[in-house]
Write a protein that binds this ligand. Structure first.
Ligand code: G3I
Length: 323
């Protein structure tokens, strides 16, 4: 039978998943289903600052290289996630105190070394991740904002572009599928970058959603269209649909979850510049929601913990088959 990957290839879009490297290296079912069903992959943690530069000046690319090699061996497109974020920073950086010049040097050195290391292998980067505050729409606090100032974002994109002029450079965030100060803040950040001639090609809409409260679809489409009207590509970068807040029985919850997954895939197919949909994992056996949110019973993804298709998988198949 056709896999998601076959259906996506026929539509010339990427359908992908965030990859848990530990599972990839130890769970054969995981790596088999991943390469059967997806044509794009994002490292869940292997390319974050704390993984690539655990000690000052000591770049540790081995694990991330294994991820890129897996992608290459299976004809999958790897995404670079993520160069500049307030989280996943090594202690020497998080707890150190640096002058503005020192911090600019650290960030420029990091972006240049990492993007150069993967030049020719990774052609799309989440350059800056989650830099806008959910409630105010202003730039959110981070060592980068405090230590360098608001133009750290412009600098990051320019340094990434200098290192690899061919790479597609994205700003990535969550919560931009609602009418909210968050959307307005991200929108005006992107508008400013474009107005200043900063090299940015697209915006990642993470799409971390819940069965109990999800936006009306008209808003999702309108927000996608507004980003598209800025001249940006739109990637769905981290979709999952959490179930632990559910107020109804599980079969009904999984049906609601399927409707959300199917709707967002259809939305992306409707917007010409949306050509990539990545789920934040693919099997309920491995999800950040259990480890990071401590919601062990949540079933946010499209395969169950035994790699069986869930209703969400079937809804995505239907959406990919819809002309
Ligand atoms: O590798 C260490 C291990 O050595 C240690 O024993 C263990 C216990 O402390 O921690 C392990 O590191 C964990 C890492 O995942 C690898 O498993 C970190 O604690 C944990 O915080 C980290 O969580 C990841 C988180 O980003 C922070 O990097 C999640 O798996 C990952 O799903 C999550 O992904 C983010 C996206 O990058 C950005 N958008 C939101 C999304 C969900 O938070």
């Amino acid at each position: 039978p056709k896999t998601l990957r076959d259906l996506a290839d026929a539509r010339h879009i990427h359908i992908g998943a965030a990859v848990n490297l530990d599972a990839l290296q130890h769970d054969h079912d995981y790596s088999r289903v991943l390469s059967d069903e997806f044509n794009a992959v994002t490292p869940e943690t292997a390319m974050k600052f704390d993984a690539l530069q655990p000690q000052p000046g000591d770049y540790t690319f081995q694990q991330a290289d294994a991820f890129v090699n897996y992608a290459h061996q299976h004809g999958m497109v790897p995404r670079g996630h993520t160069l500049v974020w307030y989280s996943a920073l090594p202690p020497w950086l998080q707890n150190g105190s640096y002058s503005r010049d020192q911090l600019m040097y650290i960030l420029k050195d990091y972006i240049t070394k990492v993007v150069t290391h993967y030049k020719g292998q990774i052609n799309v980067w989440d350059v800056v991740n989650e830099a806008v505050d959910d409630d105010t729409g202003q730039l959110s606090d981070s060592i980068w904002l405090r230590g360098i100032g608001p133009d750290y974002i412009d600098m990051a994109f320019r340094w990434a572009h200098e290192a690899n002029p061919q790479a597609q450079l994205f700003y990535n965030d969550y919560g931009t599928e609602w009418s909210s100060k968050k959307f307005d803040g991200v929108y005006s950040l992107l508008q400013g970058l474009i107005q200043r001639g900063v090299p940015i090609n697209g915006v990642g809409m993470q799409m971390h959603m819940h069965t109990q409260f999800y936006p009306d679809n008209a808003t999702v489409l309108q927000n996608m269209q507004r980003f598209a009207d800025l001249g940006l590509k739109i990637d769905i970068t981290e979709m999952d649909v959490l179930t632990s807040e559910t107020k109804v029985d599980m079969p009904t919850t999984l049906k609601i979850q399927a409707d959300i997954y199917g709707t967002v895939v259809k939305d992306c197919l409707q917007i010409k510049v949306c050509q990539s949909i990545v789920f934040w994992g693919f099997t309920d056996r491995y999800t950040w929601v259990h480890s990071d949110l401590h919601r062990d019973s949540d079933q946010p993804l499209i395969f169950d913990k035994d790699y069986r298709h869930k209703p969400a998988y079937d809804a995505i198949v239907q959406a990919l088959k819809t002309p």
